[in-house]
Design a protein around this ligand. Sequence first.
Ligand SMILES: Cc1ncc(COP(=O)(O)O)c(C=O)c1O
Length: 384
Amino acid sequence: MSPETIPGWKDRILFTPGPLTTSRTVKQAMLRDVGSRDTEFINIVADIRRRLVECAGATTQDYTTIPIQGSGTFGVEGVISSVVPPDGKLLLVANGAYGKRLVQIARVHRIAHNVIEVPENQSPDPSSVESALLEDPSITTLAMVHCETTTGMINPVEAVGSISQKHGKRMIVDAMSSFGAVPLNVPAAGIDYIVSSANKCIEGVPGFSFAVCRKSSLEETPGWARTLSLDLYAQWQGLEKTGQFRFTPATHSMLAFHQALLELEMEGGVPARAERYRRNHAVLLMGMIQLGFKPYLPPHQQGHIITSFRSPSHPRYDFEIFYRSLQDRGYVIYPGKVSDADCFRIGHIGRIFESDTRDLLAAIRDVMAEMKMTLVPPASENND
Ligand SMILES: Cc1ncc(COP(=O)(O)O)c(C=O)c1O
């Protein structure tokens, strides 16, 4: 029996970094079969590509979107393995698990690279990037993460982008969990390639990733790809010549994504979406602090995408029980990914609103009572 036929049945709400809760209409848009070479599908792909360039604050004269089959990592790997010259060198900035993944990708493809590694609770210093570029003129390309989803920190991609541009380097940004919800003017920031995926802040379903690329940079890259299926330039050329993908596209996921883009426009675009997520974040943070939880990052480093909380040191706290009790009440949170601290994470992105966030807080309060766990809020802790 399919769950939708059960009266009163409702999906759990996902307070995760993705896949995320999506609207019913986004899910319904997938209930069709379209041919990958149908004119209708070709037009939908073209409209998706155009709208994503707009979300990046760019124009189709200078930028183009290249969708890539697979999850977000496929997109990041596709870009890195396709746009660094054969004798080129990467400068990678890493302050979390996804920054480290950039390093792994460079290693796998045997691309020469230097790494600026920063602790997970610190923001990379743009001046260290400039020093690294001056020290090693063989660097051709920079790559870093925008929202480091490990902690929820928003990294200074604009400042690094302007340094990259000043030194004539190409810049790749993994904006997986921030694209469409943290306003960023990609051309003004000096970014050549920005990558995200269907199931993040645009609120589509998993199935593909995409890179919004500066055309003049992309034009330098024919023959540089280190794989066949993730060859960014070839994918671009295929789409430009025929409007079609070289290999089977995620047709259903793209139908859902197109609907998600229409819903983003109806909401008021990137600024309005950012505002809704900011509100979700602010309400959750205040409620969690009142309950005695401590965020991992200080407020000036914390973005509105996802928040990492330190696991309470209370003797009755057990993440598995906490997680399962929330799940039983209809809410899904996420384990931590910070390597030097025991944490769990709560996301603010997806089709969730302030009222859902308040419902989650009520459920957390209820679970804490059930676990007989009272935490000391910071204010009263200071008075001890
Ligand atoms: C910043 C960042 N980069 C890369 C990824 C990897 O994406 P995926 O799991 O879709 O491959 C994620 C996933 O959350 C992410 O947040």
